[in-house]
Design a protein around this ligand. Structure first.
Ligand SMILES: [Zn+2]
Length: 71
């Protein structure tokens, strides 16, 4: 490879919102956070799940409070 023209391509740790952590390589060269991974995505688990990233469903329920919100 030609020197000085390629970005660094280093091992980085990816942390999923489900708690799964795995290693990959990236030119980002910094730890990465994801919302879904192969451990928790319904396509791989075969289970249906509500993706409530950052409590958005709860936020909606708090604001409008009627549709299926558990009291
Ligand atoms: Zn995950």
């Amino acid at each position: 490879m030609k020197p000085e023209i390629h970005p660094n391509y280093e091992a980085v740790a990816v942390t999923c919102s489900c708690g799964n952590v795995f290693q990959t390589r990236s030119t980002l060269c910094a730890p990465l956070a994801t919302d879904v991974c192969n451990e928790c995505h319904p396509f791989y688990t075969g289970k249906q799940k509500v993706l409530d990233t950052g409590g958005r469903v709860q936020k909606f329920a708090d604001r409008f409070g009627m549709f299926g919100a558990k009291k």
